[in-house]
Structure formats: C-alpha cells, structure tokens
Design a protein around this ligand. Structure first.
Ligand SMILES: Nc1nc2c(c(=O)[nH]1)N[C@H]1C(S)=C(S)[C@@H](COP(=O)(O)O)O[C@H]1N2
Ligand SMILES: [Mo]
Length: 417
C-alpha cells in the first residue's frame, strides 16, 4: 500500500470515516508477514472435515457440540443459556461458544513461534511457547462476546434486515484466563514512543468473502489499549487453551468486542503508522441510515446486555414459585442494578444481584416468580451499569446487526402443573 494511501486513510479513520470499499480493496492483498514462519515452518492443519458426499462440510470445530448445549450456525456454535443454570461464574471450556471465521487450526505448541515485528519496535524478536510461559503471568476473569451477539433480535423484535450469523444471546462466555500481559512482550521487543497500533494475526485459514480471500483474521488495537489490560493468554479455566479457543496462544482484550481477542496468534505487528485490515475498515463498523455515511468508527467497547438462564420457549408450571436466574454484563463498567418484568414490560421489579461482579466479566442475579395463570408470557431483563448506561427498548439499526443492546423479549409458556 503506498504511503500516501495510509496517510489518507489515517485521516479518515480518526474522523470515523474510513472509505469502505477502497480500504477493503487496499488491504485484501496484505499478507501476514512470517505467518508460515510463525507456525514453525509448517502450515497448521485444520479441523475442517473433508467435504462429505453431499458437499456439506462440518463446522470446523474440534470439540463436541451436543445439541443440548449448543446451536450450530455454520462455522460457529452458540451457547444455550439454559446450559448455564447451576453452573458457576465461569463457562466451562466444553460449553464456551465458538466463533470461527473459517476453521480451528491444529497447532503444535512446540513448533510454534510468536513473532513481533514492525516499525514501532526497536528490538523485533520471537518468543517460543516455553519462553512465554516463563514470563510473569496474570490471571483474570474476562468475558469474550461477539459483536454480533443478539443479532437475530434486529429481525425478530425490530423487523429489520441484517446480515450475519443469527445469534440469540449465546455469543458470550466468561472464563478465567491466564497468560502474559501484552505490555510485557511489547516492552521486551522495545516498543518505541511513536508506536500507534498493534495488530495480531491468526494462524487460521484465510477468510474468503464474496470470492475474495481477505487473509488471516487480524485487527489493530491502539497501543494505549494494548498496554492497559490485554493478555496473551495460554490458559482457559486452568487448562491449556483448547484448540477451538486459540491454542496455543490468543489475545484476550477485556471489554472490547470478541473480534479483538485474536485466536491462534502467530505474529504481532507493531506500527508507527495506523494499521488497516478488512476487520477495521469493511467489517465491524456501523453502516446504515442511523450512522455516518462512510460508516462509524471501528467497534471497540461492548454495551449492556442481560440473559435469562432459561431455554427459549421454556415451560413453567403455574401455581409454583420459580427462581428465575440470569446474568448481565457491560463493557463500560460494573452492573449496578437489574430489573425484570414478567408481564412484557408493564411492571418491573428489582432482581437480587449475587456474588462478585468483576467489571470485564458479568454479574449474576435472580428473582422469584409465582405465575398463576397459564398461557404465553414474555420475560424481560434490563441492567444498568455504573456509568449509567442501560438497555434501550430498541437498538438503532445497522446493516451488519452489531451490538444489539435492547431489552430482549424472552418467550415462555406457563402450563398446568
Ligand atoms: N484468528 C481468529 N481469531 C478470532 C476469530 C477468528 O475467526 N479467527 N474470531 C473472533 C471473533 S469474531 C470472536 S467473537 C472471538 C470468539 O472467541 P471464541 O471462539 O473463543 O469464543 O474470537 C475472535 N478471534
Ligand atoms: Mo465476533
């Protein structure tokens, strides 16, 4: 990409007006320098199954996806919220949602290298797995949530057309991540004062969209965020990262959209000029009538959301007390209050918050409900966080259906016991 283009785009990006098509075209040819090297000289194999007789392929996910725990959407697997009932604060690795642009690569940690390079480093260098594990580690409870979580409600609640995976609310999970602060490895690689962007690249197969290979999943984050709280994680809930969640090493970017938490990291580019990829120009930005004509700024912090730990269309017996459990979360700050309505939003009552609420994770709550009459009901939950951010009745439309934060209408049926 010629330098003038970069400068030009930098100006646009800072004003939230990255030209959509031009930038996508400019970046599609970008190769991941050293991606093969980073994989230890061998291209990783992937979990994508060979096409079956009917030409159908598997989702490219390694772990079992039992239908009582997951809803599979193409290459992705959504967690069923009822699977969190009677489960603790963390989502077990076997139940954690999977969002893959392509398929899970199988990477040999002993041959793996993490290569740091770019104009923002004085001392570009590599780390192998053992070197990374030997560095001082941190452990944090952090949610990873897809920017598209809740997307299906644009259609079902707001009767609007959007494109992308039709998640309900199961595109989120909280795990206890252990790894090395990204700041530590950037420091060891001689981060320069004029570095502005840090872009990790995945070792999964390139993402093909509309017949164009967009290359490996990658998306820059500003140096300030990279130094603040980002982790190069190698453990998830006390176990080595499972293949589907980024083995051997992934980024964990607290409070930001899940895309920023790049899995299967092979190299990290640190640049003294702004970096671009299709994932911060063409994708993961707001487009549509409610947004700037050139598109909104690349998405970062997630909004407020709430979910019941109940099946969709759950049945509940009349004349009994039911404890309705749920969780709420926000990328902006601590959840301070949750209200629940069992009559479609006519009346609301306070839910009881319980247990810890670590800011980049979620808060658990419950209310008791004794329905008397049988028939269909709509349950609603809405949360407020410490910044005053709450859940609106409607989310302004955007073409890709990102960041649906409106109150979700959860259907249940009250039946005779
Ligand atoms: N290399 C790579 N990293 C990736 C992705 C991907 O497809 N490839 N998907 C991203 C998206 S969109 C999300 S929401 C999260 C999902 O993380 P999980 O699959 O561990 O739940 O990973 C992110 N990191
Ligand atoms: Mo995502």
């Amino acid at each position: 990409m010629p330098h003038e283009d970069l400068t030009h785009e930098a100006v646009h990006r800072r004003t939230g007006a990255v030209p959509r098509q031009a930038s996508a075209r400019d970046t599609t040819r970008t190769q991941a320098p050293g991606a093969e090297e980073a994989a230890g000289g061998r291209p990783p194999t992937t979990a994508g199954q060979p096409p079956a007789a009917g030409g159908r392929t598997g989702p490219g996910i390694v772990k079992p996806l039992p239908p009582e725990l997951f809803v599979v959407h193409d290459t992705n697997a959504e967690m069923r919220w009822e699977a969190m009932r009677d489960v603790g604060f963390h989502v077990p690795n076997e139940r954690f949602f999977v969002r893959n642009h392509t398929s899970t690569p199988i990477i040999d940690a002993t041959a793996w290298r993490l290569r740091l390079h770019g104009t923002g480093l004085r001392n570009p260098r590599s780390f192998d797995y053992g070197e990374l594990l030997a560095l001082p580690a941190v452990t944090r409870d952090v949610a990873i949530e897809c920017a598209g979580n809740g997307r299906s409600f644009f259609t079902t609640q707001q009767h609007q057309e959007v494109s992308g995976t039709p998640w309900r609310l199961g595109g989120i999970g909280v795990a206890r991540w252990r790894g090395v602060p990204l700041a530590t490895v950037l420091d060891l690689a001689g981060l320069t004062p004029d570095a502005v962007d840090v872009m990790a690249r995945g070792l999964d197969p390139g993402y093909v969209s509309g017949g164009v290979d967009l290359g490996p999943v990658r998306r820059p984050i500003p140096v300030a965020k990279a130094l603040q709280d980002v982790i190069l994680a190698y453990e998830m809930n006390g176990r080595p990262l499972p293949p589907d969640h980024g083995h051997p090493v992934r980024l964990v970017v607290p409070s930001w959209i899940g895309l920023a938490s790049i899995k299967w990291v092979g190299d990290i580019e640190v640049s003294a000029s702004p970096l671009f990829s299709p994932w911060n120009t063409e994708l993961y930005r707001m487009f549509g009538a409610a947004h700037p004509p050139q598109g909104g700024a690349p998405l970062t912090v997630r909004g407020v959301r709430s979910a019941f730990e109940l099946p969709w269309n759950a049945t509940l017996a009349a004349g009994r007390a039911h404890v309705l459990h749920g969780r709420s979360w926000s990328g902006h700050g601590r959840i301070t209050a949750v209200e629940v309505s069992v009559d479609g939003g006519v009346t609301w009552r306070r839910a009881q918050l319980r247990g810890p609420h670590v800011v980049p994770a979620w808060a658990r709550w419950h209310v008791t409900w004794s329905p008397q009459e049988t028939g269909p009901r709509t349950l609603l939950a809405r949360a407020v966080d410490e910044t005053g951010a709450t859940q609106p009745q409607r989310t302004p439309h955007n073409e890709f259906g990102y960041l649906f934060d409106a109150v979700v209408h959860h259907p249940v049926t009250v039946v005779n016991p």
